[in-house]
Design a protein around this ligand. Sequence first.
Ligand code: SF4
Length: 398
Amino acid sequence: MVLYSHSRISAFRQCPYKFRLKYIDKVRPEIEQTIESFLGMLVHDTLERLYRDLRFQKMNTVKDLLKYYNEQWEKNWNTAILIVRKGYTPENYRMMGEKFIADYYEKHKPFDQAKTVGLEQRIMIDLSGDGKYKLQGYIDRLALRSDGTYEVHDYKTNSNLPLNEYLNNDRQLAIYAMAVRKNYPDAEKIKLIWHFLSFNKDTVLEKTDEELEQLRKDVISDIKEIESTAKFPTNKTKLCEWCEFRPMCPEWSHIAKTEAMTIKEFLKDSGVVLVNRYADLTEKKKAVEDEMNRVREAIVRYAREHNVRTLGGSGYDAKVWSAEKFKFPGKNEEGRQDLEAFLQKSGLIKDVSALDVFLLSQKMDEPDWPHDIKKALRKFGRRELIEKIYLKKKDSGE
Ligand code: SF4
């Protein structure tokens, strides 16, 4: 039985390929750490120290905390740490961390709003009640107010401020709330508190029992999906820039290799040559298609204006065909559902509908169709490797 965590499940959601490398193949990445995660780790560590010392009645000044933070930075810094954002130095990030800590200190001193129950507290939750689906996590800080309210605190050092809607759907703290409810029977009221340190802003939410129950079911369903999947495709997004597996990822390894080349080497690389040729031909094809559309429209216009049906050319004649037809709403257009319902009811649907083999082929790879039906369908078709190329303009780097 695998012990799951929020980060394990969200890694699968973010990119199944990354999930496979990290949790199944246990590949050691070339990039050990990005500067964002290094900074986040040290800020968390410093705030943990603040509250740990407070438990022992030791009140650090902000100067003490910054001294501790800077010592840890010096001690742990290494040049293998990756800085993705161009134009910023480690010093910029170190100062950012100082500001996060100083702002947090100023905003929350004298830190007596609630008593700290746990720091980096490990929580474990049995989602199914039979030990089959277990989840673990670490709460940055669990606190208890004098009115009996539990608080789940989470420090965020990222530089974007999520919308409330995003936080409403965020699972991490809600999972922690489930665990707190199970482990502390007196926890009737639980607040989820995100500290967005870049903005010196706290966001507080509460979850209803119904929402937590739905989340429990959703997480079990996610785990079942992970355990039943045999395919781990790559998912290329903006987040790839911070992915520790980028140099070995099939989406990026050629790009990373060519980025390190001189211009001469780059233009000679056979992969680069092929892509450039393909892009060149695609652009030419597009120009030809645009021109064909323009000429087609001109022929139709000519035929209409001169009241002719066929135009003569050198080696070809061009016949213009036109007819008025009924137009019904397309697949996703308004009125489509009513049309389908009408045809179903009148029993005429079979006369005007055709088997969609593209959709059928998609269904063969989806888990919602019964296994025995898929098995029976296999004899009607065969597996084929389909290979396509999508050209995408490179980002300008802005
Ligand atoms: S670089 Fe992107 S696509 Fe590749 S493994 Fe990482 S997240 Fe997935």
